[in-house]
Design a protein around this ligand. Structure first.
Ligand code: HEM
Length: 158
């Protein structure tokens, strides 16, 4: 399975496609997605980017729940995140939500590396579907990077 990471380039347009509904079905729908995302967030809690997230357990759990809903909807499942996004396009809302944090390329690589670990633990999901899901994450995550090592910032518009 090739789950590679390509570098973000400040200001360079990012192209991505939402994940295939077949991935959502293959992981086992809402419940499968919940298990994948909770596993991911348990790993985030132990990662180098844990400090970005609330340390309070209840608040952290709330993020797990919202995150799971987002991924259910972005994969083409039921529109369970609709209300959170306040009518905005889901991806656009996500970019704006991440603007509140100073995210470096290094943070993105840690986030993706953590997600890769969770994806590698999935059983019985066709590798081409995992790669399709990865392609969305790998590309879209470039839009969450807004802070650069030379001290500059860049908030991409979709
Ligand atoms: C493919 C890329 C990414 C996607 C799709 C994504 C998705 C999400 C979602 C759905 C939420 C919950 C939103 C809500 O509260 O309703 C969230 C929150 C968050 N994400 Fe991401 N994320 C991505 C990349 C990253 C990266 C690279 C970082 C780097 C540190 C990051 C840090 C955070 C933080 C700090 C929060 C919110 C915590 C809080 O509300 O206190 N995310 N993300």
């Amino acid at each position: 399975m090739s789950l590679d990471i390509t570098a973000v380039e400040k200001g360079k347009p990012v192209e991505f496609k939402n994940p295939d509904l077949a991935f959502y079905e293959a992981v086992g729908g809402e419940e499968g997605m919940r298990q994948l995302m909770y596993n991911f967030y348990d790993k985030i809690y132990e990662s180098d980017i844990a400090h970005f997230f609330p340390q309070d357990e209840d608040e952290f759990n709330e993020i797990k729940v919202k995150n799971t809903k987002f991924f259910i909807q972005i994969c083409g499942g039921p529109k369970v995140y609709e209300d959170e996004a306040k009518g905005m396009d889901l991806n656009e809302y996500m970019v704006r939500l991440h603007d509140d944090f100073s995210i470096y390329e290094k943070s993105r690589i840690e986030w993706l590396g953590t997600m890769r670990e969770a994806l590698e633990e999935l059983e019985g999901v066709d590798k081409t579907l995992v790669e399709d899901f990865w392609s969305y994450l790998e590309n879209f995550s470039k839009l969450t990077v807004n802070t650069f090592s030379d001290g500059s910032t860049y908030y991409a518009n979709l």
